[in-house]
Design a protein around this ligand. Structure first.
Ligand SMILES: Nc1ncnc2c1ncn2[C@@H]1O[C@H](COP(=O)(O)OP(=O)(O)O)[C@@H](O)[C@H]1O
Ligand SMILES: [Mg+2]
Length: 274
């Protein structure tokens, strides 16, 4: 799914969040949206699914401008998106399979057999095969994220949106979440949008990076282009991050390869295989 945002303006009362923002997200890529807290990253994602309406500008989804569409007209657009919320957005009273299958039953009225087959297939894709009947409450943070991704995949979302997917996770678990985003993108071809202020995650998964700053996109480019950028907004953002993330960089590099499959523990032995 290709997304083009043109000249987006949005204010909440006196607070100007977007003042002529332009952004293009290419189909099939992993686009990372960065920016300081409060720059409008989450508000931007909500614009893409029509949950927030702009004051001005165009949002083109595969060429169709969704600005001004009614709720009924937005519906077929919305179900093409899968949102992976910060906390996973799981219903804690349901087991893994029921959480993953929920949109299939609710959105598409699928029958039980069809749902069960699809749930198993998607759980396998995210490395949680055989976990259907497990209570969501007994899953780790990283595993809950995987279930949320499986749920978005079950609804055949063409665009997966991740809002701060590694926030609050330990470095090794963050690395497994990065892995699963890359793998799902590779295996399904879904367009992925990842909002993060985790620079390690951004540079690990991103095929394109976009930096929001004062209501606009200050810079867009590949990770290499960002690293070479002389735009002072970019260099300042990256240098701030390095200080904060230095410890994580080291620990993430150390744990990235062994790849804890369940997202929780890495057996000491696993390192031998590298
Ligand atoms: N529905 C809303 N009404 C009023 N202000 C909002 C609303 N949603 C977000 N904001 C404000 O808009 C700004 C951007 O918010 P947000 O997109 O959540 O930032 P972030 O980049 O941290 O995700 C913040 O100042 C926030 O308080
Ligand atoms: Mg946010």
């Amino acid at each position: 799914m290709k997304i083009e945002i043109r000249d987006l303006h949005k204010s909440f009362g006196k607070l100007k969040v977007f003042t002529g923002l332009n952004l293009t997200i290419e189909a099939g890529e992993i686009s990372v949206i960065m920016g300081r807290s409060g720059t409008g990253k989450s508000v931007l994602l909500k614009h893409l699914v029509g949950l927030i309406r702009p004051d001005q500008g165009e949002i083109l989804i595969d060429g169709q401008n969704i600005v001004g569409l009614s709720e009924r007209e937005l519906y077929p657009i919305r179900i093409r998106f899968g949102m992976i919320f910060q906390n996973g957005g799981m219903l804690q009273s349901l087991n893994v399979a029921d959480n993953v299958g929920l949109p299939l039953v609710e959105l598409r009225g699928a029958d039980r057999k069809e749902v069960a087959a699809k749930v198993s297939e998607k759980l396998t894709l995210v490395g949680l095969e055989g976990r259907e009947t497990q209570a969501v409450t007994t899953l780790s943070g990283g595993q809950q994220k995987r279930v949320a991704i499986a749920r978005a995949l079950a609804q055949d979302a063409e665009c997966l949106m991740f809002d701060e997917p590694t926030a609050g996770l330990d470095p090794p678990i963050s690395a497994t979440v990065d892995d699963v985003i890359e793998q799902v993108n590779r295996d399904t071809g879904a367009t992925c949008i990842v909002v993060t202020h985790d620079l390690i995650s951004a540079f690990t998964v991103g095929t394109k990076l976009h930096l929001l700053h004062e209501g606009k996109v200050a810079e867009s480019g590949t990770p290499e282009e960002f690293q070479a950028s002389r735009n002072p907004i970019v260099t300042e953002f990256l240098s701030r991050g390095v200080g904060i993330e230095k410890h994580r960089t080291l620990s993430r590099t150390n744990v990235k390869k062994p790849r804890a499959q369940d997202g929780e523990t890495t057996a000491p032995d696993a390192k031998k295989n590298n």
